[in-house]
Design a protein around this ligand. Structure first.
Ligand SMILES: *[C@@H]1O[C@H](CO)[C@@H](O)[C@H](O)[C@H]1NC(C)=O
Ligand SMILES: *[C@@H]1O[C@H](CO)[C@@H](O)[C@H](O)[C@H]1NC(C)=O
Ligand SMILES: *[C@@H]1O[C@H](CO)[C@@H](O)[C@H](O)[C@H]1NC(C)=O
Ligand SMILES: *[C@@H]1O[C@H](CO)[C@@H](O)[C@H](O)[C@H]1NC(C)=O
Ligand SMILES: *[C@@H]1O[C@H](CO)[C@@H](O)[C@H](O)[C@H]1NC(C)=O
Ligand SMILES: *[C@@H]1O[C@H](CO)[C@@H](O)[C@H](O)[C@H]1NC(C)=O
Length: 399
């Protein structure tokens, strides 16, 4: 295995926004018995590759220059002696590095649109007019993002992703470049894989019900997402105990045989230990998981809340609070009165001799009245008997 001559005409070009393509020609004067292979790697020996093609490309955020080294050899063996390596680099972006925007980030919402945000660079005038360009493999050409707006310190722009087809086997990504339309700031590049930084729409709660002492929550996944790619949180707030309870679920499943319901397209959660007769407010949210996505950090917003159970009426509560002491007080009074009467029955009052004496000989007036009454009664009886005697006497004389 002899050393081959180096490759010729190595050149570099940039396609789209961040697709860097190196091309070269076969070496001149290579051995006719040699079947040529090309060994290449990026600066500091990254991504070594041995291939028969005379080109290589890579998607890179071109915020710094990137170099490729290429050599030729006669076998696929890496330890084989390659030719002298030839190097070609991209040119770094032009402009003052301090003028470039910072913290350029993009989040894919609901897999239907992407929102990018950034902060102005340090050496920029406040009235800089930014432009955002983006490209992905389903677009024929580079697009400009419309409607750049400010959100506090940040500048943002959103664009739709509806045309991205994920049928291709390659992991797809979106290339983004931010600069200004006067060409005064250094351009910033960003590459966003479609499987990272995905924030789903919130899910929806369809129904809540109690069964066998457990709370069941039936819901619906956000559009564009399937259950195996999501993690869930169900929040239950109890208004009476003022408790706040969060259930984290990786796989939403209930034993559907427990209730007759078609769970097709429905996610189901069983929440144990929920107080049934009080008001419970339930919300849920989702995030992507590592099974399908690179990120598992971005929670969706909370779903609209749904409530189950009776609300304890606060006015009723206050009335009860007022009425109960009154009832208790009344009961105590009645009890005391009853006890007094009971005491009289059990312990009759000891006769007071003085009082009895007074009753017998006391108060003259009272007594005379008594006697007078008696007189009248006596007189009446006497008169009646007299008249009877008179009538009898008359009868006897007539006979
Ligand atoms: C290198 O490129 C030049 C012009 O593009 C061409 O004339 C020459 O033949 C190329 N060399 C090889 C080895 O292909
Ligand atoms: C190429 O291989 C053939 C047979 O294997 C041999 O006869 C010939 O000398 C070789 N040529 C060179 C340049 O090595
Ligand atoms: C590669 O080359 C080394 C020595 O040059 C040899 O020991 C090794 O077996 C070779 N490997 C293959 C896969 O041919
Ligand atoms: C989520 O994506 C679907 C389909 O791509 C779309 O119909 C829906 O409007 C999107 N939701 C939001 C809130 O943008
Ligand atoms: C940005 O645009 C506005 C209006 O289009 C213009 O008045 C302003 O001068 C521009 N700023 C720069 C730095 O070019
Ligand atoms: C539930 O309680 C927590 C903690 O008190 C609170 O942050 C959250 O907003 C409550 N949820 C609802 C739907 O009120």
């Amino acid at each position: 295995t002899e050393t081959q001559p180096p490759v010729t005409n190595l050149s570099v070009s940039i396609e789209n926004l961040c697709t860097v393509k190196w091309t070269w020609n076969p070496p001149e004067g290579a051995s006719p018995n040699c079947s040529l292979w090309y060994f290449s790697h990026f600066g500091n020996k990254q991504d070594k590759k041995i291939a028969p093609e005379t080109h290589r490309s890579k998607e890179v955020a071109l915020n710094e220059r990137i170099c490729l080294q290429v050599g030729s050899q006669c076998s696929t063996n890496e330890s084989d002696n390659p030719s002298i390596l030839v190097e070609k680099c991209t040119s770094p972006p032009e402009g003052d590095p301090e003028s470039a925007v910072t913290e350029l980030q993009c989040v894919s919402h609901n897999l239907s649109y992407m929102k990018c945000t950034w902060l102005p660079g340090r050496n920029t005038s406040p009235d800089t007019n930014y432009t955002l360009s983006y490209w992905h493999s389903s677009l024929g050409k580079i697009h400009q993002c419309e409607n750049i707006s400010r959100e506090g310190q940040h500048i943002t722009c959103s664009f739709t992703l509806t045309k991205v087809n994920d049928s291709s086997s390659d992991p797809q990504s979106v290339q983004v470049m931010v600069k200004d339309n006067a060409g005064k700031i250094r351009p910033s590049f960003h590459i966003v894989p479609l499987t990272s930084r995905v924030q789903p729409d919130p899910p929806h709660i369809k129904r809540l019900f109690f069964q066998h002492g457990d709370l069941y929550v039936l819901g619906k996944n956000p559009q564009n997402f399937i259950s195996t790619c999501l993690s869930y949180q169900v929040e239950v707030n109890n208004s009476q105990t003022e408790t706040h309870y969060i259930l984290s679920v990786e796989e939403p499943t209930c034993d559907s045989s427990e209730f007759e319901e078609n769970l097709e397209g429905t996610i189901c959660f069983r929440v144990p230990r929920v107080l049934r007769d009080t008001l419970n407010t339930v919300r849920m949210r989702v995030k992507t998981n590592k099974l399908c996505y690179e990120d598992d950090k971005l929670w969706s917003n909370w779903s609209p809340a749904m409530s189950i159970g009776k609300k304890t009426n606060p006015t009723l509560y206050i009335t009860m609070l007022l009425i109960i002491p009154i009832i208790v007080a009344g009961a105590i009074i009645v009890l005391l009165l009853y006890l007094k009467r009971l005491k009289i029955i059990i312990f009759p009052p000891i006769p007071d001799p003085g009082k009895i004496f007074k009753e017998m000989f006391g108060d003259q007036n009272d007594d005379t009245l008594h006697w007078k009454k008696y007189d009248i009664y006596e007189k009446q009886i006497k008169e009646e008997t007299d008249s009877v005697v008179l009538i009898e006497n008359l009868k006897r004389t007539s006979q």
